[in-house]
Design a protein around this ligand. Sequence first.
Ligand code: SAM
Ligand code: SF4
Length: 322
Amino acid sequence: MLIDNYGRIINYLRVSVTSRCNFRCKYCMPDKPFSWTPIENILSFEELFLFIKLAIDEGVTKIRITGGEPLLRNDLDKFIYMISSYKKDIDLSLTTNGYLLPHLAKDLKQAGLNRINISLDSLNPKTAQYIANKDILQNVLDGIEKALSVGLKIKINTVALKGINEHEMVDILNYCKDRGIEIRFIEYMENSFAHSEVKGLLGKEILELIKKEYSIKKVGREGSSPAFKYEIEDDGYVFGLIDPHKHDFCESCNRIRLSAEGHLIPCLYFDEALNIKDALKNRDIQRALDILKSVLNNRPKENKWSHDNLDLSNRAFFETGG
Ligand code: SAM
Ligand code: SF4
């Protein structure tokens, strides 16, 4: 079993397979092209899988593939299959912007993927284009329908942005409610890669907007999930709110992150990370385990986003995978 320096059990690994992306979401990336990590510095699927096997053998039961945009990586379905066939009951999921799902959803499902989170920040084509710096909406909506049709369980992630999509919170919630999909509203997490004009709504502001339309009641947090659940009283529909500015979920945080470049990252907020790339390239499993244990011994108690002080994190979401 993996336990960190605050006694938290770590059983959830998030693996970013690329930091590249076909979108330029204003809250995540700058618009201007920047130099990507050269391909030779990216861990191969075999190398990532070595670490995944180690993590599973040490007690990890939940794995999420993310990015950048994970569907940009060729043969992702083969990677999913490697993991799902190593441990049949692993809780295996993926986070994607959905753009390439119309072509890939079926193969991913057949490879053993159980669940998928799709980002949807607007139902208005122009707003979606403004946020992602690309005309994306129809492909994303088609991706959601395709994922539903092949039987993937879906959640929608929506980042709430002041003056950009805040008036759409209820519309996006209704879109999900009509399809029986859970939505999780996410507070924008301030970071130095985002556009400086981006401002987020706090969780309580998101709830106020929803309360104008619906009576809601608190349900609670499921296990170590960062999402606090609320229920619409009229019809029992449940939605989630991820509000890291309160960081009350840090005390039960069960996750670590591996980036495509081999950084083992103890917390979404902090810069501290150790590189495990050489150990994996040399197939030195004992060294990889030693690095993993060092990272677990150096996890922060909580993130530093807060209501009073909107500090910027210097960790890039497109590297850590959110
Ligand atoms: N490209 C995929 C996507 O967008 O779903 C996966 C990677 S993305 C980094 C993972 C999640 O992080 C997405 O739901 C995205 O909306 C969220 N995210 C990115 N930057 C964020 C920020 N600054 N604050 C809050 N959530 C953010
Ligand atoms: Fe790409 Fe996802 Fe970041 Fe948007 S949030 S730029 S889709 S990695």
